[in-house]
Design a protein around this ligand. Structure first.
Ligand code: NAI
Length: 209
């Protein structure tokens, strides 16, 4: 399947959800699914699903539906999850350590190579075999270890500085958890993750009911 040039942000945001559902179905031995069944499971309309897949040239056959494994593999490739990515985490506090403790990222294709911190009490420790190193060594580490993704888990007032250092050393993807939207050049991908946005949305919904 071809990636079309202009895939909307909304479609891109739905791809991980398709992938998650399809992976689960594949694991449970489901071999084929119609767009109607997929839409029922995912809470989207069948036409929405067909439109989304048409952005990539379309999958499936009329009257047959989708082959779950094939579709899952195609979406994996579209997302770029068929490659391996080396990751570092800056900020080895509560959140940095929680992310490093989670094995799920590695099961996919993201290998956490090291963590970096300023705190001498943390430097030298390991989380699941991942070493916490001095932030002063981060630049050299990035340059020498082919790092693709930088995860920002430092306090808000250090997030831009740490991001800039990552970008200057050649990192092209920033996964930022600090509560500011960090600035980067156009050729660097950024995902800002704010769990509180989701929590506040929940608060809104709670008060609507
Ligand atoms: P924490 O205080 O436990 O950890 C921060 C770590 O960063 C500390 O170990 C500290 O020594 C280190 N640090 C400080 N300056 C640094 C620098 N220049 N270079 C490298 N390391 C440095 O804080 P926590 O709870 O882990 O939160 C980390 C960040 O993530 C904060 O910005 C926080 O607001 C944010 N956060 C975001 C969430 C989200 O949903 N996006 C959820 C929880 C926290």
């Amino acid at each position: 399947m071809q990636k079309s040039n202009k895939v909307s942000e909304a479609v891109i945001r739905r791809l991980p959800k398709y992938y998650r559902y399809l992976k689960d179905m594949e694991k449970n031995g489901v071999q084929r699914i119609s767009s109607r069944e997929l839409s029922d499971k995912m809470g989207l309309t069948a036409s929405q699903i067909r439109q989304d897949f048409n952005c990539f040239g379309g999958f499936g056959q009329q009257g047959y539906g989708y082959n779950v494994s094939e579709l899952c593999n195609e979406i994996r490739k579209i997302l770029g999850l068929h490659k391996n990515y080396n990751v570092i985490i800056a900020g080895a506090g509560n959140l940095g350590q929680a992310l490093a403790s989670y094995v799920g990222f590695e099961r996919e294709c993201f290998t956490i190579k090291a963590m970096f911190d300023v705190n001498p009490k943390l430097i030298g420790l390991s989380i699941r075999g991942i070493q916490i190193l001095d932030i002063d060594t981060m630049r050299d580490f990035i340059i020498n270890n082919d790092i693709h993704v930088g995860v920002v888990c430092v306090p808000k007032n250090k997030a831009q500085e740490v991001t800039d250092a990552m970008v200057e050393c050649g990192i092209k993807s920033i996964w930022n958890f600090a509560p500011i939207d960090v600035g980067t050049p156009d050729n660097v991908a950024v995902e800002n993750v704010h769990l509180s946005d989701s929590l506040y949305t929940l608060a809104y919904k709670m008060n609507e009911i």
